[in-house]
Design a binder for this molecule. Structure first.
Ligand SMILES: [Zn+2]
Length: 367
């Protein structure tokens, strides 16, 4: 089913479980560890595919839930699939819609069959099942597709989380049966809330299914950030070492560095694009609000060491002016920089792993 995909680990860190690898897909290779920007509606907001490529992003996300509602997967399929529709010829990953159904939609009813919810667009009731999620993702045509899972909220009781984790496993088996396309890799998702033993058991069960990749889901749902590292530490020892591992919805410096140290490879988060639209920049591990008066007459680039188009051409003063004037270019320039910043952060970790300097160079994020 998955001969068009492979994952090769080139270097392992001598101090931690971090690894540098390459994930091969039908639309090219992804060097890991790697941050992936989010393109919810088949676009990363405010930037063109060419601008996105220049950030160093090798793989982008799109959201099954949102694309199913608008424009609908039939239109994307008619256009020739997501790559052709959005004009991004590198790897794409679609999530299953599970997270959005559980976090965004109202009036939902969960049964063993699936989830029934009301469309926020036209009020119609939609029945999303594991089979339906996979059919939609097969039609969208991303390289990596995700299993439909039940993402329990935080906080949730152990009994609730245990039930959701077991249902996620049953749904994964149905996803595997429904999946039709050998040019798409189906990743399973480990749930288990903040309970390390439930995480470990779920990971062990999923590992037995020999999938082309594994994800840790249900994190970054409101739990204290320090729990993310604990969840990852409990999970990765149970996952196969020769398959890519993706930590869903996590894209902060510290959480990424610590997860990489536990053996995670791929990350995604809306932080860089969302911050950009609020006039904020990620610079050397900090968040800067460009509306602050200190930037009005600051004629340096955001980061003099950053190779991005924004830092190579524009000053903090100019970007501050654009943000204050609510000019659309502000959001484009900040998005280009912010994505470049997080992709570079993971790229630099990759280089440090290869040079066996990870724990010394990134000590500030690992403690
Ligand atoms: Zn920059």
């Amino acid at each position: 089913m998955t001969t068009q995909f492979s994952f090769q680990v080139s270097t392992r860190c001598s101090q931690t479980k971090a690894r540098a690898g390459v994930f091969y897909t039908p639309h090219g290779a992804v060097e890991t560890p790697r941050f992936m920007p989010v393109g919810t509606l088949a676009n990363v907001k405010t930037v063109t595919p060419t601008q996105l490529q220049e950030t160093g992003a090798q793989m982008v996300l799109a959201n099954t839930y949102h694309l199913h509602l608008q424009p609908g997967e039939r239109i994307v399929e008619k256009a020739g699939g997501l790559h052709q529709f959005m004009r991004w010829n590198q790897p794409i990953l679609t999530d299953s819609g599970g997270f959005q159904v559980f976090s965004l939609s109202e009036m939902r009813q969960i049964t063993d069959d699936g989830v029934i919810f009301r469309s926020p667009h036209d009020g119609q009731m939609i029945n999303l099942t594991p089979e339906r999620s996979i059919q939609i993702q097969n039609a969208l045509g991303a390289d990596v597709i995700m299993a439909f899972d039940e993402c329990p909220p935080y906080p949730a009781s152990r009994e609730e989380v245990e039930a959701a984790t077991q249902r996620t496993y049953r749904w994964l088996e149905r996803c595997i049966s429904a999946h039709q396309r050998p040019d798409q890799a189906l990743f399973g998702i480990v749930q288990g809330g903040v309970y390390p033993d439930l995480r470990a058991a779920a990971a062990e069960a999923l590992a037995g299914l020999d999938l082309p990749g594994y994800a840790i889901g249900g994190v970054s749902v409101g739990e204290p950030p320090e729990l993310i590292a604990k969840i990852v530490q409990a999970t990765t020892p149970m996952l196969p070492v020769d398959k890519p591992r993706y930590l869903m919805g996590v894209g902060t410096y510290k959480e990424m560095a610590q997860a990489i140290a536990s053996g995670m490879d791929l990350f995604d988060c809306v932080i860089p694009t969302r911050l950009a639209r609020h006039g904020a920049a990620l610079v050397k591990g900090e968040r800067w609000n460009l509306k602050n008066s200190q930037y009005r007459e600051d004629f340096q680039p955001l980061d003099e060491t950053c190779p991005c188009y924004t830092c190579q051409n524009f000053t903090r003063a100019y970007i501050s002016h654009l943000v204050r004037s609510q000019e659309i270019l502000a959001y484009t320039l900040l998005t280009i920089h912010n994505i470049t910043e997080l992709v570079r952060f993971t790229q630099k970790i990759r280089e440090a792993i290869i040079g066996d300097r990870f724990t010394t160079e990134f000590a500030q994020w690992l403690s």
